[in-house]
Design a protein around this ligand. Structure first.
Ligand code: GRG
Length: 305
């Protein structure tokens, strides 16, 4: 993999911060509804959406678009749409009927800050709004249609929601295997990461080879992301992660460390990061965009939150 110089590290961090600011600014604008949306709905939507998420998925959307040679501003609506869907899934996942959590992104979860019905409606509205944004603001319209299909598939019954359903019911499916564990997390976590990349690449006009390589990158990045997320639950603390830790163990969740042990999970994370990095080899390696993709990927091995 790559050892960046201090200067390159600074450039990568600055570039990623610029993308974060563009995403945050656009999310703010998109949810500035004025009188069109009741305040008691807009407020919980904005409370969760504009909080301090890492913006990994939308950042990957912008980078994939640029990596394929197109201005990232074209992919900004799609980047916002994926962050809206991601935030909806977090709001609903924190509800008492699912994970029953009171801390997320370093602040009270939506249903604790407001109430359950507000959190359900905020999640529902963010989900629908994501498709409005995609279908109205992505051009040309056939590309918008492809993005709608990519996102809908990734957060539907076979991916995000299906993965979540299997995650909740895994004990009923008999003795787990590594294949089953990976399949849950590919659907629950990886599919959204892949969708972000696919939308960016589609808007960016990716060639077939570029699309295949970004898919390979996304599959490995997604699993590495989940493995390192599971590891943080075992090894980190609430102050750093902004969410409760040791919840996976107390809730009897099927995780990589519980199935493979901490050391083997670290090894697996390294292998996935390596495979993700290798998949980028079709792209020009001296651009800042490529370096950001590599930096984001390698950073998974040193993840703090
Ligand atoms: C309720 C529809 C529905 C789906 C639930 C995505 C999901 C499935 C649950 C969210 C909780 C969870 C642990 C998901 C695994 C993926 C994951 C690690 C999400 C957190 O993503 P980060 O770390 O969060 O990118 P931020 O806050 O930085 O955006």
């Amino acid at each position: 993999m790559v050892e960046f110089s201090e200067r390159e590290k600074r450039q990568i961090l600055d570039y990623l911060e610029l993308l974060r600011e563009e995403i945050n600014e656009k999310l703010d604008k998109y949810t500035d509804f004025g009188e069109r949306c009741p305040k008691y709905l807009a407020e919980p939507m904005r409370y969760s959406l504009l909080s301090t998420g890492k913006r990994i998925r939308p950042t990957l959307t912008l980078l994939a678009c640029e990596l394929c040679g197109t201005l990232r501003s074209h992919a900004l609506p799609a980047a916002c749409a994926i962050e809206m869907i991601h935030t909806y899934s977090l709001i609903h996942d924190d509800l008492p009927a699912l994970d029953n959590d009171d801390l997320r992104r370093g602040q009270l979860t939506c249903h604790i800050k407001y109430d359950e019905s507000s959190a359900i409606l905020a999640g529902d509205a963010l989900q629908a709004y994501a498709y409005e944004v995609l279908s109205k603001d992505v051009f040309p319209k056939d590309v918008a249609g492809r993005c709608v299909a990519i996102l809908a598939e990734a957060c539907g019954p076979c991916d995000l929601v299906g993965g979540q359903a299997d995650d909740m019911a895994w004990k009923a499916n008999g003795a787990p295997s590594l294949e089953f564990l990976e399949s849950i997390h590919h659907r629950k976590t990886g599919a959204m990461i892949l969708a972000g990349l696919r939308m960016g690449a589609t808007i960016g006009g990716a060639s077939r080879l570029q699309m295949e390589k970004l898919d390979e990158y996304g599959r490995n990045y997604g699993l590495a992301f989940q493995i390192t997320d599971d590891l943080l639950d075992v090894t980190s603390d609430e102050e750093t992660t902004g969410k409760h830790v040791r919840k996976d163990i107390s809730q009897g969740k099927l995780t990589f460390p519980s199935f493979l042990g901490v050391e083997e999970s670290r090894k697996q994370a390294y292998e996935k990061v390596r495979a993700a990095y290798d998949a980028l080899n079709v792209f020009q390696s001296d651009s800042i965009v490529y370096k950001c993709m590599v930096g984001l990927t390698q950073q998974l091995l040193d993840r703090k939150k």
